[in-house]
Design a binder for this molecule. Structure first.
Ligand SMILES: C[C@@](O)(CCO)CC(=O)[O-]
Length: 302
């Protein structure tokens, strides 16, 4: 017997970090980046990824979220079946592209099919979110919701995801700095500042407001305004020490070459950055000018 599930990555447009504290955020799926999870019977419980091939529970601690998913699903199926779980495709890890949520969701859904468990969407998301908690210490649920959506997601912890089908009428340039951004560390760094500074709390609140402002500008197709909001959000994220010298350099290049706005995306401390552009040509020009600083880039119509 065999089952498989293809899950895609995500990019946070605005609201990273503030979403952990209950504010709204906006994130979009990236269909071009995806990972397929295949489950089949085998002579032992086995993991097969590009970076690790071996007994599932002996995998490095980076995979602790997945170990939780497999253990939970085997318990729900009341099974001790030996399985080989193979992950194919690539989403660069620790970049804010949702790789951990993608494989957690893919594993939960593939095992749900394999064992015919018929779990509800809520049960599947609860397992995926718990894996994300294990991976990141504190997870808002935004990543899991977005890798499970084919549309833009407006999200807060209380109400969950709301699908947004309208387009802004612009292009999003996504650039991978190649620097590993550790989400657990980034979330902890913000937490520490919030615990000791009233001003830090005001800045997080403002970040939440900026997500609301983005949503209203989005429905008015006001890409200039969204660009301005991105720039302010980047200033706030940088004030929490989540930016890096490379991100700061990329910002200068993007803004000097007609980007409407620029910010980091995801946990920060490296990872990906995003720029809103009025045309595909502008996005391509910025990517070309940034080529010595980045690993890869993608352009999405938004
Ligand atoms: C930094 C953060 O807001 C996004 C990580 O992709 C954490 C979270 O939402 O769980």
């Amino acid at each position: 017997m065999k089952s498989s599930y293809l899950a895609h990555g995500k990019v946070i447009l605005i609201g990273e970090h503030s979403v952990v504290y209950g504010y709204n955020a906006l994130a979009m799926p990236i269909q071009a980046l995806n990972i397929r999870t295949d489950v089949e019977d085998y002579d032992q419980l086995w993991m097969d990824t590009k970076l690790y091939q071996g007994p599932f529970y002996d995998a490095p601690s980076d995979y602790d979220g997945l170990k939780y998913v497999v253990k939970t699903m085997l318990e729900k199926a009341n099974s001790d079946e030996k399985l080989k779980i193979t992950y194919t495709g690539e989403i660069p890890m620790e970049r804010g592209l949702g790789s951990s949520a993608t494989v957690a969701l893919g594993t939960t859904k593939a095992l749900n099919d394999y064992f015919n468990l018929n779990l509800s969407e809520d049960e599947i998301m609860a397992i995926t979110n718990h894996a994300e908690m294990i991976n990141h210490g504190k997870a808002s649920g935004l990543d899991a919701a977005t890798v499970n959506s084919d549309y833009l997601v407006f999200f807060n912890k209380q109400d969950g995801p709301k699908m947004i089908k309208s387009k802004l009428g612009a292009y999003l340039l996504i650039m991978d700095t190649g620097e590993l951004g550790n989400t657990r560390e980034a979330v902890g760094l913000v937490r520490k500042q919030l615990d000791s500074s009233v001003d830090a709390n005001k800045r997080i609140e403002r970040l939440g407001q900026l997500a609301d402002d983005t949503m209203s500008s989005w429905t008015k197709h006001d890409s200039q305004k969204v660009g301005q909001i991105f720039n302010e959000a980047q200033d706030i994220l940088a004030s929490f020490k989540l930016s890096t010298p490379k991100i700061d350099d990329l910002r200068k290049i993007a803004l000097a070459n007609d980007a409407l706005g620029f910010k980091l995306s995801g946990g920060g401390l490296g990872g990906i950055v995003i720029a809103v552009c009025d045309s595909q040509q502008t996005a391509k020009k910025i990517a070309a000018k940034s080529k010595d600083l980045i690993n890869e880039s993608w352009i999405e119509e938004i």
